[in-house]
Design a protein around this ligand. Structure first.
Ligand code: ATP
Ligand code: MG
Length: 603
């Protein structure tokens, strides 16, 4: 008995000793890459500077885009960092074992220095060497680019992995959708990537299990991207002289796997927050809600507490942070937390991260007071909703339209209304939900995108006309035309685009004619939600900084073999170009060096 206790004690002790903390992992990573000649650089703000196309920094490479495109980095051509990231595109996934809205990404970059051989060797050494993470190589699986009509199979990566001892059956060959990055724009650098996965199934993976054929048992922890091609305007690819490496390793996921945890919620940068939420919850069986509350409030703390922090509002990042906080409060009610609780969660998050992220400490008061204000505001909304429910409770029933309003305006889920012993017309509720889904999706997307504040009919028409103009300019002047800016009022559209010289009268007439033809042809305008990769494959114009699998909305004018324009855009647009009337260009002028500006109207 005593011996058994002693053994337990030793085991616990040994276990504690081998646990790696987030801070240790950050240090190990950057120290390892510093030992390979990399400069350690600071992570950037969560709110991107000089990049209105995305709301948040979503990967370590994001602040480095100009350098990956060729500018010289002041710290040299081998860099490493720890970058905080927000991925709103992953919110639906949150609650599972591996996706967080806020996470940290460790990364290393070669700007025209080393390439695949060294990058893969570094990754392997860091993961498996007893001096570093000491992961059992048998638990690592690999994916590589399978090759297609544009680029061949990534044999170089395969051969490197084989030479390091990874068996062939642990390497999965996957298409562009999974193992390809870029280009950031219609043309530019791009290339294959190779990803490292950890086996989370029982014991060791069987002979035929790999991340391609047994997905649920493998978790991606690290991605090495190789920018080796340039995509040209005609759709062809050629090999780049300067090749770059861009890698990203998830801090929380890696911490979880090396410490033998099932989920990221057990890591030392999440657990104290999770534990606090868990302790406050009355209903402790709803672990998903507890996870979501933890995730959302942790992310909101970082967004408000950033050096370039934003507070809850109805636009852009402010809207995201409001959504995160309100959805956490609603989930809180679901698990029986009724009193004020979110400032306490923020305080715990600040305490946990203050040694690493000074901005949280500095902005502590702001974070806590914004959390209180938002909680109070949302409480008022919820209380009003509660009153309405009570009124209907006295009548004993509620129609579907009102139930839907309670859901959409006050955030009451149908089940909650039903629980109040009221008869609810659920069929009508769902009909209403369906009707509003499209509308609210467009509304939300606009909020995410910013920009168009005015949705009047004319603005919508001019917005569609802008797409036609963009496409027509490319047809007349060439595929180097890229949008540099756009501004629409209810009177006119203004469109800035890259072009070195003044347009001739002849060119302007041609552009105008093309747009008017597209209007006369009464082309249908439709949209689809696609991954950035798919959107690119289909030749959609737009900003492609959204890397890494985010969903985007793509608007297409025309169909089948008569597609006039295809562009990533939040909308809204008219349903048919026939609605636009007559398009005419008022003015063409210089906007800045290499950028022209066109003002047009619809009559
Ligand atoms: P997944 O397919 O699992 O969502 P991903 O392909 O989106 O991953 P990358 O975009 O390649 O991941 O990001 C690089 C690394 O960042 C991943 O290998 C992973 O470790 C980590 N990562 C990505 N998204 C998240 C997230 N939402 N939460 C935590 N870590 C993440
Ligand atoms: Mg993802």
């Amino acid at each position: 008995m005593v011996a058994a206790l002693l053994l337990d004690f030793i085991l616990i002790f040994v276990k504690i000793e081998v646990m790696i903390t987030a801070q240790q992992l950050r240090e190990k990573y950057t120290t390892f890459f510093a030992s390979k000649g990399h400069q350690i650089i600071d992570g950037a703000s969560l709110i991107p500077e000089n990049d209105p196309s995305v709301l948040f920094t979503t990967a370590g490479m994001h602040p480095l885009v100009p350098f990956l495109l060729g500018s010289k980095h002041p710290s040299g051509n081998k860099l490493t960092s720890c970058q905080r990231c927000i991925r709103t595109g992953d919110i639906e996934e949150v609650g599972d074992d591996t996706h967080l809205t806020f996470f940290e990404m460790l990364g290393n970059w070669s700007l025209g220095d080393y390439f695949k051989d060294d990058a893969i060797e570094y990754s392997w050494e860091f993961l498996t060497s007893p001096k570093w993470l000491n992961i059992n190589p048998q638990k690592i699986g690999i994916t590589v680019f399978a090759g297609d009509q544009d680029a061949s199979v990534d044999e170089e990566s395969v051969n490197k992995w084989l030479s390091l001892g990874v068996p062939q059956h642990k390497i999965a060959y996957l298409p562009k959708e999974n193992n390809w990055w870029g280009p950031a724009g219609q043309t530019g650098p791009c290339g294959p990537d190779t990803e490292m996965f950890y086996y989370v199934g029982d014991g060791l993976p069987s002979e035929n299990s790999n991340p391609g054929n047994d997905e649920s048992n493998w978790v991606e922890i690290w991605n090495d991207v190789f920018m080796q091609y340039s995509k040209e305007a005609d759709g062809s690819y050629f090999a780049l002289a300067q090749k770059n490496v861009d890698t990203g390793m998830g801090l929380e996921r890696t911490l979880a796997v090396i410490n033998g945890y099932q989920t990221i919620y057990e890591t030392d940068v999440v657990k104290p927050i999770y534990d606090l939420v868990y302790s406050l919850a009355q209903d402790k069986s709803n672990l998903k809600a507890i996870r979501i509350i933890t995730d959302h409030l942790r992310a909101a703390t970082f967004i408000i507490g950033d050096e370039r922090g934003v507070i809850p509002s109805n636009t852009d990042q402010g809207y995201v942070v409001r959504r995160l906080i309100r959805s956490a409060i609603r989930r809180g009610r679901e698990v029986g937390i009724v009193n004020s609780f979110i400032p306490a969660i923020a305080a715990e998050t600040i305490k946990l991260y203050a040694p690493t992220y000074n901005c949280l400490k500095q902005n502590q008061q702001k974070i806590l007071s914004e959390f209180s204000i938002e909680e109070e505001k949302f409480k008022k909304v919820l209380d009003r909703g509660e009153e309405i429910i009570q009124e209907y409770a006295r009548q004993g029933s509620i129609d579907g339209v009102t139930a839907f309003k309670l859901y959409s305006t006050y955030g009451f889920p149908l089940e909650e209304i039903q629980r109040s012993n009221i008869q609810v017309d659920a069929e009508q509720f769902f009909a209403e939900l369906k009707k509003h889904q499209e509308l609210s999706r467009q509304g939300a997307e606009q909020k995410f995108k910013g920009g168009l504040a005015d949705n009047s009919e004319m603005v919508t028409k001019l917005h569609t006309a802008t797409h036609l103009l963009h496409a027509a300019l490319r047809k007349v002047l060439g595929e180097h035309i890229a949008q540099k800016g756009s501004n629409i009022t209810s009177e006119r559209l203004r469109f800035d685009f890259s072009h070195p010289i003044k347009l001739t009268t002849d060119e302007l007439t041609k552009v105008e004619k093309l747009v008017n033809e597209a209007i006369q042809q009464k082309l249908a305008v439709s949209w689809q939600e696609l991954s950035v990769e798919k959107a690119k494959e289909q030749g959609a114009l737009g900003l492609f900084n959204q890397k890494y699998g985010e969903l985007v909305k793509v608007y297409t004018v025309g169909k089948d073999d008569r597609i006039f324009s295809r562009e990533i855009c939040g909308g809204p647009h008219v349903a048919n170009t026939g609605e636009l009337g007559h398009f005419s260009i008022l003015k063409e002028e210089a906007s800045s060096a290499g950028v022209r500006r066109i003002k047009s109207i619809l009559k």
